[in-house]
Write a protein that binds this ligand. Structure first.
Ligand code: PAF
Length: 276
C-alpha cells in the first residue's frame, strides 16, 4: 500500500494505471476509519482493479470550530486499517495543497434548507468545494458514498451529474453494529453511558417506525414523529422526520420514506436515516 501526499505523484501513479486500462475506484474520507468505510472499500475492490482512499479533514465543511477541533483523528490506525482492507493507495494531501490555487467556496444548490443543510449552514458548500477539488485531481471511474449521510449522497449525486458526467457514483447501504446503530467516526466521542443511551434511542426509533400502515401519508406520520421525539425527556435534536427518499420532500406515503434524525449526546451530533 502506498501513501501519497502530493498531487503530482498521485497523478503520475493514476496515469500509469489508466494507461494500462485499469479501472480505479475511489473512496473519499476524513479518516477515523471504521467498518462503514470498510464496506465502501470492499465494494470498490470488488468492482475495480485499483482502489484509492483519500484522508483529508476538510475544515471548510465544519460550520463550528469546536466541531472541527473535536473531530476524531487517528492517523496511525487509519493506515493499518487501509492496509488490512488491501487499499492500493492512500492519498493524504495537505490543506495548503488542496486549497492553494482557489480558496473560494462553491455554493451547493441542491436539497437546500432542509435536514442538515438547515442546521449546519454552509456545510454542504464545504463538501462540494472539496469534492470538486478531489474529483478534479483523482480522475477515476467510480466513487463510493455511504447512505448514512443520505442528504450528502443525494447532493453529490446531482453535483456529479452536472460537473463530472464521466464519474459513476455508487451508493452503499449503511453498515451497522450488531446493536443497530450505524458505524460512525463520531461514535468515538461518546462515553460508554452515552453510547448505551444512543443504542436505546435508536432501537426505540426502529420500533416506532414499525407502527405505521404503509399507506400513511408522510405528513401525517410526521405529526406522530414530532410527538415521539418531544416526549423523550432531555433528548436534544435538530430534526426527526420522515421524508420521501427520492425527493427529500414531505410528500407521498411511508412506503417511499426514510426517517431522518440528527440528535445530540452531550456535544456529539449523531445522524442516521432508517428505511420506514
Ligand atoms: O463523508 C465524508 O467523510 C466527507 O463529507 C467527505 C465526502 C469525505 C468530504 O470531505
Amino acid at each position: 500500500m502506498l501513501i501519497i501526499k502530493d498531487i503530482l505523484n498521485l497523478k503520475l501513479y493514476l496515469k500509469a494505471y489508466k494507461d494500462k486500462g485499469y479501472s480505479i475506484g475511489y473512496v473519499p474520507t476524513m479518516g477515523a476509519l471504521h467498518q462503514g468505510h470498510g464496506k465502501l472499500i470492499n465494494q470498490s475492490r470488488d468492482h475495480n482493479q485499483k482502489t484509492i482512499t483519500s484522508i483529508f479533514i476538510n475544515e471548510k465543511q465544519f460550520n463550528k470550530k469546536e466541531d472541527f477541533d473535536s473531530y476524531p483523528r487517528n492517523k496511525g490506525k487509519d493506515y493499518d486499517f487501509c492496509d488490512s482492507y488491501n487499499v492500493d493507495v492512500i492519498f493524504e494531501p495537505s490543506s495548503d495543497e488542496i486549497y492553494s490555487d482557489n480558496k473560494t467556496k462553491l455554493k451547493n444548490k441542491y436539497f437546500q434548507n432542509i435536514l442538515c443543510d438547515q442546521f449546519r449552514p454552509g456545510h454542504f458548500d464545504g463538501v462540494i468545494t472539496v469534492l470538486n477539488k478531489l474529483f478534479s485531481i483523482i480522475e477515476v471511474n467510480k466513487v463510493y458514498f455511504g447512505e448514512k449521510d443520505f442528504q450528502q449522497l443525494k447532493i453529490v449525486e446531482k453535483f456529479i451529474e452536472e460537473k463530472f458526467p464521466n464519474l459513476q457514483l455508487v451508493p452503499v447501504s449503511t453498515e451497522r453494529h450488531e446493536e443497530g446503530i450505524a458505524y460512525s467516526s463520531r461514535n468515538e466521542n461518546l462515553s460508554k453511558k452515552q453510547l448505551q443511551e444512543f443504542i436505546n434511542f435508536h432501537n426505540s426509533v426502529i420500533q416506532f417506525t414499525k407502527n405505521f400502515d404503509r399507506q400513511t401519508q408522510i405528513m401525517e406520520a410526521n405529526t406522530l414523529a414530532k410527538n415521539f421525539i418531544t416526549n423523550l425527556v432531555d433528548q436534544e435534536f435538530d430534526y426527526f422526520e420522515f421524508r420521501n427518499a427520492n425527493s427529500l420532500e414531505v410528500e407521498g406515503n411511508i412506503s417511499e420514506a426514510r426517517l431522518f434524525y440528527a440528535i445530540y449526546k452531550g456535544q456529539t451530533r449523531l445522524i442516521d436515516n432508517i428505511e420506514a
